[in-house]
Design a binder for this molecule. Structure first.
Ligand code: CP
Length: 324
């Protein structure tokens, strides 16, 4: 069947937000709406040969990718997601823009908006920049593509979608987020989503990178990867975010890898069907070895495919909720 805007339906009425700034404020129902939409986009569009992998639900809409921090996966997949839905997508590069001449991010966004755009996808090293744009732009959706150490909501959603597609549900699942929790927006978005969806998140890493206060949110905190290997269902292996650290949190990368890298020997002590995911970019030999990253338990590239579907869902839902 050829999918068209007419027979595809509309965004479920439980979704009313014109911005996607984080997962902390979303309800379980809102997260589930986005996951269900993304699942449909993946099954019916991305994996459909009949539709030539396009569905013009956002035909005539314009989206600007405002990435003021480096990105491979998020930037490319937002661009692809917009184009798969028939929107015009403009990529904005900080290095070649007037941001380098001192223009503020709000002025930059307002100038871009004056050209008549429907959505801004923003990545910035400062927490709160997406919220700042949402407060200052009119008639325009704002989607957070990662703001400093705050949140990376579409990464949290694509991780959740990958887990749900693999296990069918979240009930009873123990999901360990391993590594540099303190500096990770991915960890925060994962934890907020997993708690709401009914999984049991565990945070694991060196004590210099994992706050004991996560216990106050009901999380298990572990400083030993070896201790949790036998009973965890999903390992989400984070990169050590050296660019955000002001002091070195461990003596050497070698020591970190010795204690926290998921390698073949550790994987053999896990459940047979344990799922290994990682937001990327991965550092082979630091948080994960090649044997694991490229092995049968790894869903790392499946996450990237799910990322396009999740970003299609986020763009369609938010743009359709903007009141003009
Ligand atoms: N996972 C993630 O955000 O990757 P990029 O930095 O490449 O976008």
């Amino acid at each position: 069947m050829l999918w068209t805007p007419e027979n595809w339906g509309s965004v479920p009425c439980g979704w009313m937000r014109s911005h996607l700034l984080g997962l902390e404020d979303l309800s379980r129902e809102e997260i589930t709406i986005l996951l269900d939409l993304a699942d449909r986009f993946r099954n019916e569009i991305l994996e459909s040969s009949e539709n030539k992998r396009k569905l013009p639900l956002l035909s005539g809409k314009a989206i600007v990718n405002l990435f003021l921090e480096n990105s491979t996966r998020t930037r490319t997949s937002f661009g692809l997601a917009g184009r798969r839905l028939g929107a015009d997508v403009v990529d904005f590069s900080a290095a070649t823009s007037s941001v380098a001449k001192g223009e503020t991010v709000v002025d930059t966004a307002k100038n871009i908006q004056a050209m008549g755009i429907d959505a801004v996808v923003v990545r910035h090293s400062c927490p709160g920049v997406p919220k700042l744009l949402a407060n200052n732009l009119k008639d325009c959706a704002v989607v957070n593509a990662g703001d400093g150490t705050h949140e990376h909501p579409t990464q949290g959603l694509l991780d959740a979608l990958t887990i749900r597609r693999h296990f069918g549900s979240f009930e009873g699942l123990k999901v360990a987020v391993v590594g540099d929790i303190s500096h990770s927006r991915v960890a925060r978005s994962n934890i907020f989503a997993l708690l709401k969806l009914g999984a049991t998140p565990i945070v694991c890493g060196p004590s210099t990178l994992v706050s004991p206060y996560w216990k106050d949110y009901g999380l298990e905190v572990s400083y030993s990867l070896d201790d949790i290997l036998p009973y965890v269902d999903v390992f989400n292996l984070l990169r050590v975010q050296f660019e955000r650290q002001v002091v070195r949190p461990f003596p050497s990368i070698r020591e970190y890898a010795h204690l926290y890298a998921m390698n073949g020997e550790r994987l053999r002590r896990c459940k047979k069907d344990a799922l290994v995911i990682a937001p990327g970019p991965i550092n082979r030999g630091v948080e994960i070895t090649s044997e694991v990253a490229d092995g049968r338990n790894s869903a790392i590239l499946d996450q990237v495919t799910n990322g396009v579907a999740v970003r299609m869902a986020a763009l369609w839902a938010t743009i359709n909720s903007v009141k003009k």
